[in-house]
Design a protein around this ligand. Structure first.
Ligand SMILES: Nc1ncnc2c1ncn2[C@@H]1O[C@H](COP(=O)(O)OP(=O)(O)OP(=O)(O)O)[C@@H](O)[C@H]1O
Ligand SMILES: [Mg+2]
Length: 427
């Protein structure tokens, strides 16, 4: 067993990412030629933190600037990350959250669900955020005051009012009266968010509220949320809403409020370029003393096409099946069918299952038309149907997050390589 750094194919240079700096200690690499499955570093799975967050330095730097400016009371647009399924929106949002926590901000996160009001989830998330700040606050009565408002806000949730659910927030101060309890979400959110911002201001920090799957926030709630953020940006309160969602999220937001473009800076994330995809594989392997040949990296890039989920999936199986380091192109060839099988079940299949027979027909017709966004009229033509008769299937596929409207009259899959998967399925 030798100690040293493993040579990198392509002469790639070591580039410590932002994220790397956050978490990784520098230690010598133990080099051996075994590839131990127990130490497999790759992490395919929704929201699974990758061992190396590759190719996202620009977004991380932009978010640093947002945090710094908001903390200094400068006017700043918040960020919304968009992208296809599996490109790494959730893990980037989680990394942003860690960055805010490092700056001692209060943070909370929700995952939006279709047809679910954001009132209660937002209340719970802000409760978390303020709990993070409370121990450092010098005036406990300010915190209690805020918690009273928070409780009043949460109790206005329709399900709480109907008595169908219980919200037990563990807030033992009485609910406030006359603040954030009007029942109008726009007014209540504005009051709640500005009070939360006030608590953060006392401490010279900020609060960040993260919303994953933001395209699923019901239309009325999106509108209320934008209005509240707008109000907050005018008073310069140090509270930001940071979102992540599918590629059509910007159009959902601008359909709701025309000024949403001035509230959010959109960062579309996509597949990794060759260098970043190589880094995503090499850096974690290097820490375990394992290398890839450059032909293996060529084969992996060809298979995964730079999509982060696929990079993790192919990397994981290749590692498990490779007999020794360096992992070769032959190892990739041998392991690819298993990786594809796992993706077919876990990544594609689980989504396909959610569609009804009519929706599946619709998607098969889309797939036959190619991999670029397709015109809804062409799908109708391919199915020999009137476009209007297909609207229900299309709309529910959009609601299920399987397709999105790329621009007016055009639709596309939200899942990369989904067309290819469907073309390989029996109809
Ligand atoms: N920058 C990256 N480098 C390497 N791997 C990554 C990167 N970003 C994400 N991954 C990996 O990709 C997979 C998908 O990540 P994530 O769940 O965040 O995607 P997503 O965009 O939120 O997908 P969905 O739309 O389905 O929610 C995970 O296995 C994660 O480890
Ligand atoms: Mg996600």
């Amino acid at each position: 067993m030798a100690v040293g750094l493993v040579a990198r194919p392509h002469g790639a240079t070591r580039r410590r990412s932002f994220y790397g700096n956050l978490r990784r200690p520098l230690y010598p690499v133990i080099k051996s030629d075994t590839v131990d499955p127990v130490r497999n570093p790759y992490a395919p799975g929704a929201g699974q933190r990758p061992p190396e967050l590759a190719g996202r330095d620009r977004e991380l730097q932009q978010f640093e600037v947002v945090l710094e400016r908001v903390a200094r009371g400068r006017p700043e647009r918040s960020m919304v990350i968009t992208g296809l399924r599996g490109v790494g929106k959730t893990v980037l949002l989680n990394t942003f959250k860690s960055m805010a926590i490092q700056r001692l901000w209060g943070t909370g996160k929700i995952e939006a669900r279709p047809e679910q009001s954001i009132r209660r989830p937002v209340a719970a998330a802000l409760h978390m955020a303020v709990r993070e700040l409370a121990p450092r606050h010098r005036a406990p009565e300010r915190i209690d005051e805020f918690l009273g408002v928070l409780k009043a806000f949460a109790m206005r949730d329709p399900s709480a009012a109907k008595g169908t659910t219980h919200w037990s927030p563990g807030i033992d101060v009485p609910a406030a009266r006359g603040r954030a309890d009007s029942g109008d979400l726009e007014i209540d959110l504005t009051e709640l968010l500005s009070d939360a911002a006030g608590v953060a201001t006392d401490l010279g920090v900020g609060i960040a509220l993260f919303i994953d799957e933001m395209q699923d926030v019901p239309a009325a709630d999106i509108s209320a949320l934008c209005a509240a953020c707008h109000e907050l940006s005018q008073i310069g309160g140090p509270l930001i809403v940071v979102g992540a969602g599918l590629p059509h999220l910007p159009s959902v937001l601008s359909a709701s409020k025309s000024y949403s473009e001035r509230l959010f800076r959109y960062a579309r994330i996509d597949r990794l370029d060759r260098e970043a995809a190589d880094m995503a594989l090499i850096v974690p392997a290097e820490e375990e003393g394992v290398a890839f040949t450059s032909e293996a990296l060529d084969a992996l890039y060809e298979a995964a096409d730079g999509y982060p989920y696929f990079v993790q999936a192919y990397g994981k199986v290749a590692w498990d099946l490779a007999p020794r380091s360096p992992i070769t192109a032959e190892d990739i060839k041998v392991s690819a069918p298993e990786a594809e099988e796992e993706l077919a079940v876990g990544f594609f299949g689980s989504r396909y299952e959610r569609a009804t027979p009519a929706e599946r027909d619709y998607m098969h017709a889309m797939a036959q038309l190619g991999d670029d966004p397709v015109a809804t009229a062409e799908v109708a033509e391919a199915l020999g149907r009137k476009p209007s008769s297909l609207s229900p299937a299309r709309d529910s596929l959009i609601k299920k997050g399987l397709i999105y409207s790329a621009e007016r009259g055009l639709i596309a899959f939200t899942v990369p390589h989904f067309g290819r998967f469907l073309r390989a399925q029996p109809v």
